[in-house]
Design a protein. Structure first.
Length: 148
């Protein structure tokens, strides 16, 4: 029996895969629990249309992310921090400060999308951060920590 998976099933397949399983497994386990539907001709047409629409949406989201990445690529940030006389920062600089600095420049990027190379930043200097705008689109931005 062929079925269309509605979600990932371990040792069987990923969401939207069309797989062949035994009748009992499909009728008694997968279909009643909502993990799959029968792969009837009408269900296959709906499945194909859903995949086509999802691909179109993904492409438009990726193009938006690429446009933002192109604008971000030339951006460099200057972040002020309170420091001691030896150049050590009181506390640390993290993704929240980078996100706020990007908002000041006109980019509304969530702090969860920003990854700093290395651990916490505790000294003034030049650093790099990676912004994940899409699973396939990443951009590196340079930022400098200066004493206030």
């Amino acid at each position: 029996m062929e079925i269309i998976l509605k979600q990932d099933v371990p040792n069987l397949g990923q969401k939207d895969d069309i797989v062949r399983v035994k009748n009992g497994y499909a009728n008694n386990y997968l279909i009643p629990r909502g993990f799959a539907v029968l792969a009837t001709p009408s269900a296959r047409k709906v499945h194909a249309e859903n995949l086509k629409q999802r691909a179109h949406k993904e492409e438009s989201i990726k193009l938006e992310a690429q446009a933002i990445a192109d604008k971000l690529s030339g951006t460099s940030l200057v972040i002020g921090a309170k420091t001691s006389s030896s150049g050590k920062i009181f506390g640390s600089v993290n993704t929240i400060q980078i996100s706020e600095s990007l908002k000041e420049k006109g980019f509304d990027i969530d702090r969860k999308m920003i990854m700093i190379e290395g651990d916490l930043i505790k000294e003034i200097g030049q650093y790099k951060a990676t912004v994940r705008l899409h699973r396939e689109v990443r951009v590196e931005i340079d930022f400098e920590i200066v004493a206030e």
